[in-house]
Design a protein around this ligand. Structure first.
Ligand code: FMN
Length: 398
C-alpha cells in the first residue's frame, strides 16, 4: 500500500487530525517524538499570540498498539486549547448560528474571497478556519511518523532559514555540511545558521511589526542518507522532484520551490551548474559507489535521488494578515473597506521550515515504502539492505 495522508480540522475547532495510511507494521512510535516536532513548529521569532495559547500535544487514536504500528491507519489528533473560546462560534449546532459576527472584510492574500465565491458562503470564517496554516500542525504530526520510519533506515532530516525579508544568509555553495547548518539553526530564534544574521533578521521582524507589516522569506530543507534511485524518470507523476515540489507548494504561503541550485543554475553555464561524477566513495551502497565534490543538483537527477543529500529551497510570501490592513471590499455591500484583522504572525518562516521538513519526510518515506514494500518494517528493511548490497557489489564484480 502506498503511504498516504489526509488532514481534517479547523483552526479554532476542537482539534486538527491527520490520518496516515500505509505505514509498515512494527514501527516503534513515541508520542514525545511527535510532540517535539509540534513544539518546533510553534517556535520562532515573529509568531503571534495564538502560539502562546497552544501547547500542541499529539493523541494517537488508532493504528498503534503498545508502542508499535499495526499496519492499520494511524489517526493522530492535536487539540486546540483556543476551542474553549470558540465553542459557539464554530459549533456544529444550528441553534448557535449567529453566535459570532461574520467575517465580511475579506483579506487579500487569503483564501477568503475565492473561497466564499466558490462555495457560495456569506461568512469568510467558513473558509479561513480551514485555510488557516494551523492545519500544518496535523501535517507536522504526520511527518513525525514518517521521520520515525526514516530514522530506522538511517535517513536524517533538517532545515534552516536563509532569508527573512531582505536579510539573507548567502552560504549556498553546493558543498555545505547540511546537518551542521541545521544544528546551528536550531540555536537561532529565526533559524538562521548564523547568529549575526539571525539578529539582523530579528531586527527586521521588529521593524515590520512596528509598522503593522509582515515578512516572508526562504528556507532550505534536506534529507541525508537516502539511497540512490528513489522516484523514477519513467513516469512524470512518479518523479520525486515533482512530488516534492507539490508537497512544498501545498504548504500555505509557499510560492516557490527550487531543487538544489534551481533558479541560480539557470544563470550559470553548464560547467558550473552540474556535479561531476568521481569514482569511489563511502561504500554503504547508498551513493552507488561513486562520489561528487559538489551537490548543486540537490541530490535529484532525472526525478530520482542520486545518492547525494537531497536539498530544496522554498520561498514563503509575507503573512497576508496585516495589522495595518490592506484595501478590500465588504462582501455584503461590495463597498470599499479595509481587510479584517485576526491575531496573526508577523513572520512564520521558521515554522514553515519545520513544516517543510515534515513535507519532505512524508515524500521520502512514501518513496521508500513504494520501492521496498510497506507491509512491515522487517520486510522493508530486508528489501532496502538487499538493494544496497546489490549496489555495493556492482563495482566489485569481476
Ligand atoms: C507556519 C505558517 C504560519 C502562518 N501563519 C499565518 C498567520 O498567522 N496569519 C496569516 O494571515 N497567515 C499565516 N500563514 C499564511 C496563510 O495561511 C496563507 O498565506 C493563506 O492561507 C493563503 O494561502 P496561500 O498563501 O497559499 O495562497 C501562515 C503560514 C504558515 C506556513
Amino acid at each position: 500500500m502506498a503511504l498516504r495522508y489526509r488532514t481534517a480540522g479547523e483552526s479554532h475547532g476542537p482539534l486538527l487530525a491527520a490520518l496516515v495510511e500505509g505505514l509498515p507494521a512494527g514501527l516503534e512510535v513515541e508520542a514525545e517524538r511527535i510532540d517535539r516536532e509540534l513544539a518546533r513548529r510553534q517556535r520562532g521569532y515573529g509568531r503571534g499570540g495564538r502560539m502562546a495559547i497552544e501547547a500542541d500535544r499529539v493523541e494517537i487514536l488508532s493504528g498503534v498498539r503498545w508502542g508499535r504500528t499495526t499496519g492499520a491507519p494511524v489517526l493522530l489528533a492535536v487539540r486546540n486549547r483556543d476551542w474553549e473560546n470558540w465553542r459557539r462560534g464554530l459549533s456544529p449546532e444550528p441553534a448557535d448560528r449567529g453566535a459570532i459576527e461574520a467575517v465580511r472584510r475579506v483579506r487579500p492574500g487569503h483564501a477568503d474571497l475565492p473561497g466564499v465565491l466558490k462555495y457560495d458562503l456569506d461568512d469568510a470564517r467558513d473558509v479561513l478556519e480551514r485555510a488557516s496554516a494551523r492545519e500544518t500542525a496535523a501535517r507536522v504530526a504526520a511527518g513525525a511518523l514518517a521521520r520515525h520510519l526514516l530514522g530506522e533506515l538511517g535517513v536524517g532530516l533538517g532545515s534552516f532559514v536563509d532569508g527573512v525579508g531582505d536579510v539573507v544568509w548567502d552560504g549556498a555553495d553546493g558543498t555545505w555540511d547540511l546537518p551542521a547548518l541545521h544544528e546551528q539553526a536550531e540555536q537561532g530564534a529565526l533559524r538562521f545558521p548564523d547568529p549575526t544574521v539571525d539578529a539582523r533578521g530579528r531586527a527586521a521582524v521588529d521593524e515590520a511589526r512596528g509598522q503593522g507589516d509582515t515578512l516572508g522569506g526562504t528556507f532550505v530543507c534536506f534529507a541525508t542518507g537516502l539511497p540512490v534511485g528513489l522516484g523514477t524518470h519513467a513516469a512524470w507523476d512518479k518523479r520525486l522532484d515533482g512530488r516534492i515540489g507539490r508537497a512544498f507548494l501545498s504548504i500555505p504561503a509557499i510560492k516557490g520551490v527550487e531543487v538544489g541550485f534551481g533558479f541560480r543554475a539557470a544563470r550559470l553555464p553548464g560547467s558550473r551548474a552540474h556535479d561531476e561524477i568521481l569514482p569511489g566513495g563511502p561504500g554503504d551502497g547508498r551513493r552507488g559507489g561513486v562520489h561528487r565534490e559538489t551537490n548543486r543538483a540537490g541530490g535529484l537527477e532525472g526525478g530520482m535521488t542520486n545518492g547525494e543529500d537531497l536539498w530544496v529551497r522554498a520561498a514563503m510570501k509575507p503573512i497576508p494578515t496585516l495589522m495595518r490592513p490592506l484595501r478590500t471590499v465588504d462582501l455584503s455591500t461590495g463597498e470599499p473597506t479595509s481587510a479584517s484583522t485576526e491575531r496573526s504572525d508577523v513572520c512564520a518562516v521558521p515554522a514553515a521550515s519545520v513544516v517543510g521538513e515534515a513535507a519532505l519526510a512524508l515524500e521520502a518515506a512514501g518513496a521508500l515504502v513504494e520501492k521496498f514494500g510497506g507491509d512491515n518494517l522487517a520486510d522493508l528493511r530486508a528489501g532496502f539492505e538487499a538493494y544496497l548490497d546489490r549496489l555495493d557489489r556492482r563495482w566489485t564484480r569481476p
